[in-house]
Structures are given as C-alpha cells and as structure tokens.
Design a protein around this ligand. Structure first.
Ligand code: GLN
Length: 229
C-alpha cells in the first residue's frame, strides 16, 4: 500500500511558483516540467500521487509554506543558500545554475556595469535579486513577482535587461529569437528540493530517490526530455 507516513494527506503536495519553465509551467490543464518529473519519482516511490500548489516564491523560499504545512515539499528551481537553510531543509543538489542576463537582441548589455543608469528587471525573493542588489551598482532595479512578467518586460523594452537563472533564460530565448542571453555570472548555484525543518525521513527518502535515479538512467532521461541531449 502507499507509504503515507511521510506525507500529510495521502498525497505528496509540492509547493512551486509558476511559471518557471522548463522546471515547472502550465501546459493546458497540467503542470509539467523537470522538477515535476523528479518529484513524481518520489511520489511513485511512496505510492502516492503528487499534487502541485502554485504559490508566491517568497513564502516558498522563506520556509513559511513548508513550516505551516501548506506542502510536504518545495520544488521550484530553488537554490540552496545558507540563509534558506536556517528555515527549511534541502535535499542533495539535483541541478546546477548560474545567474544570467537577458536582453533584446542587438542591445549592448554584456556586464552589470553596462547597466549603470538603466533599468534591470529582477524577480522578487530570488538569488538573482540578491546578486543584482550587491553587484549591479548604479542600475535601477525593477522588481517583478514572477519570471513570466520579467521576461515580457525585457521583450517589450520596459527594461534594458533582466537577471535570472541561466536554464530558464536559455529556454525562453529558444522560442523568442528577438531576445538574447548576453552574460552568465558564475554564481555557482545548486538547486535542492526542500522539506520542512527536521523532516529527515522525507528528506532522506528524496535523497535516496535522486541517487537511484542518477544511477539507473531515469535522471538522465528526464534531463534530456527537458533540456535536450
Ligand atoms: N534559483 C533562484 C532562487 O532560488 C530562482 C528560483 C525561482 O524563481 N523559482 O532564488
């Protein structure tokens, strides 16, 4: 039967923040993506279904959603950071990322110094926002609640550039050839799946599933499905 001792309600509930393709996005009525497929492996190991809850990133990364039991896990292309580790517990890393810069094609913005006196889009509560606050000296930061709003602000020219994780920006550029990724900043980030503080049983189960999936080819298959080759 299902192993429901690790989850709160006979389902594995996942907090995430849409849209963040290719990690999570809506496709018709379904929510699909790399993170969705990885957490499905955990759900199937527990013999339960995954149910996804779309909620603001702020409550995910602050630990609030997990610690108030809104969800069993959070999977949101979320970077493991020392600050976040005080408020939630992360699995082993499952993906690597760096901050990157999105511009309209042909614009001369390749470094943060090039954005002095310009408008730079950041996504609220993210590592990209924190990086820009420290490094984009002299730029005007314009905050957006989600990735969809950020990339469309760049595309329509409301801002000179936007900062976000490389994986999502390269995914956007594929379908939007009027935009370009002009820089990567080597921030050396690693994504983790989060559980509420102290939920070691579930965290260990996730680590075991990730390790097994890396060994037996399921992780590679999911990687190729969402990133190609
Ligand atoms: N990886 C970034 C962070 O953790 C962005 C995550 C997101 O916007 N979903 O802050």
């Amino acid at each position: 039967g299902p192993d429901i001792s690790l989850v709160k309600s006979g389902k594995l509930t996942t907090c995430t923040h849409l849209p963040y393709p290719p990690f999570q996005s809506r496709q018709g009525k379904k929510i699909v993506g790399f993170d969705v497929d990885l957490v499905d492996l955990v759900a199937s190991e527990l013999k339960v279904k995954q149910e996804i809850v779309d909620t603001p990133f702020e409550g995910i990364q602050s630990g609030e959603d997990l610690n108030t039991s809104t969800c069993d896990v959070a999977a949101a292309g979320m970077t493991i950071t020392a600050v976040r580790e005080k408020n939630l517990d992360f699995s082993r890393p499952y993906f690597e990322a760096t901050q990157a810069l999105l511009t309209r094609k042909g614009k001369p913005y390749r470094t943060l110094a090039d954005l002095k006196g310009k408008r730079l889009a950041v996504q609220q509560g993210t590592t990209g926002e924190t990086y820009a606050q420290k490094r984009a000296v002299g730029a005007t930061l314009v905050q957006f609640e989600d990735l969809g709003l950020l990339v469309s602000a760049v595309k329509t020219g409301q801002v000179a550039a936007g900062i976000n994780d490389n994986g999502v920006l390269y995914d956007f550029v594929k379908d939007n050839p009027d935009t370009d990724v002009t820089a990567e900043f080597s921030t050396g980030e690693k994504y983790g799946i989060a559980v509420r503080t102290g939920n070691d049983a579930l965290r260990k189960k996730i680590n075991q599933v990730l390790a097994d999936a890396k060994k037996d080819g399921r992780y590679d298959r999911i990687y190729r499905k969402w990133f190609g080759t």
